[in-house]
Design a protein around this ligand. Structure first.
Ligand code: ADP
Length: 259
């Protein structure tokens, strides 16, 4: 009897500790979410004023000044994207990321994202190929988050590809026609087979030296995967080192009567 009382007490203590850990984890996510939010305001102002200077609104800049302000602007933008990533991740982990699901035309999303991503390929001999039929059924997704998903995959492809092609393709998923299958294929450096899983972990980058040159935090794919999963879909990758990588994800087709 004494043993079972002791077991019950130990069990109750374990439950307590688990509860406390969950609470600590929640506080951490909450703290991160509010910090990132507070950081964005002054950061946007730094970026905005740098733009004002670069536009010459306050008067002409000398060549050196322009270079320096451009560096401030560039670093500000970089920091902002980092803060945005941390905010997204904290929101997801705190269970505060709510999707605004609506009927979305994937063709439009791909066109828009491709248009804004072309600058990433400036100066490289990489062709961006879009192979998305205009008459695909609509999907049910959060428009902004779907843009973010496609934009992330495209930005990664651009980052790790020096020549060749990047192809964005979409069609009905053969294995289950209730889904669209979207893929982003590049002819870049590829990913070693033993790294194919870890790249989806937070803060994981395969080749530190290349990633440092290309920039990035190692958060993008983790966020992208979680956003896709929140839509009910899956994200996976195929790659041949030295030949390129293809990322695939599924997204649900909207029911005919859904808005
Ligand atoms: P980041 O790009 O900020 O480093 P991600 O989470 O987006 O972080 O990607 C994690 C890692 O996965 C990258 O650092 C890179 O090593 C690898 N990776 C992602 N996309 C590609 C790609 N298209 N080709 C080769 N490697 C990639």
């Amino acid at each position: 009897f004494a043993v079972s009382v002791q077991n019950a007490r130990l069990y109750a203590e374990q439950v307590d500790v688990a509860d406390q850990l969950r609470e600590v984890d929640r506080l951490k996510s909450e703290f991160l979410a509010s910090m990132s939010h507070e950081l964005r305001t002054p950061l946007n102002s730094i970026i905005g004023y740098a733009e004002v200077l670069l536009d010459g609104i306050d008067g002409p800049l000398t060549g050196d000044m322009e270079e320096d302000v451009a560096a401030i602007h560039e670093s500000g933008r970089h920091l902002l994207s980092l803060v945005n990533d941390v905010l997204d991740l904290a929101k997801i982990e705190a269970g505060q990321m709510d999707l605004a699901l609506e009927r979305v035309r994937l063709y439009d999303v791909v066109e828009e994202v491709a248009a804004t991503s072309r600058v990433l390929l400036k100066g490289k001999s990489v062709d961006l190929i879009l192979d998305v039929p205009e008459d695909l059924p609509d999907v049910r997704a959060d428009l902004l988050r779907l843009r973010q998903i496609v934009g992330n995959l495209l930005a990664n492809a651009a980052k790790f590809t020096d020549e060749g092609t990047i192809t964005l393709r979409a069609g009905i998923y053969e294995r289950d026609p209730r889904w669209l299958l979207v893929s982003c294929a590049d002819t870049g450096i590829g990913i070693a087979s033993e790294k194919l899983q870890v790249i989806f972990d937070r803060f994981r980058q395969v080749d530190q030296s290349y990633s440092r040159r290309a920039g990035g935090t190692g958060l993008g794919l983790s966020i992208t995967r979680q956003l896709i999963q929140m839509h009910g879909g899956v994200l996976w990758v195929d790659s041949v080192p030295g030949a390129g990588s293809t990322f695939y994800f599924t997204v649900p087709i909207a029911a005919p009567d859904e808005n």
